[in-house]
Design a protein around this ligand. Sequence first.
Ligand code: DGP
Length: 128
Amino acid sequence: MAYTYDTNNIFAKILRGEIPCNKVLETEHSLAFHDVRPQAPAHILVIPKGPFVTFDHFALEASDAERADFVAAIGTVCRDLGIQPGEGGAGYRVIANSGDHGVQEVMHLHVHILAGRMLGRMLAKPGE
Ligand code: DGP
């Protein structure tokens, strides 16, 4: 089954400049901005500019340049936040919610970078 991209999703509107965002980084193929509902002192979303729905969609169908740019953008945000464990930072978590079981709300690939507090166990069962 092919991926279907909805051009009216909220991050597509941010990319078109129709909705504002609190931008932290823009590269040729990627954009990073603060999550509007932060769940940690630092909560940044990194998105590709291309029309990709999920992480697997991007991983399988993006160009090498888009993939390299996206991964580098995530690294740059981590470096700029000072959260790299190998560089004296306290660490972070990267999450890409995908599809129904991933509880993906916005159907444009985004990676959450969460940091600034102890993040606890990786997963909790619904209701925990
Ligand atoms: P999810 O699709 O479940 O991985 O989470 C979507 C995230 O997007 C959620 O943490 C809130 C955030 N979000 C939703 N709408 C907006 C918006 O208009 N602006 C920003 N900056 N973030 C948004």
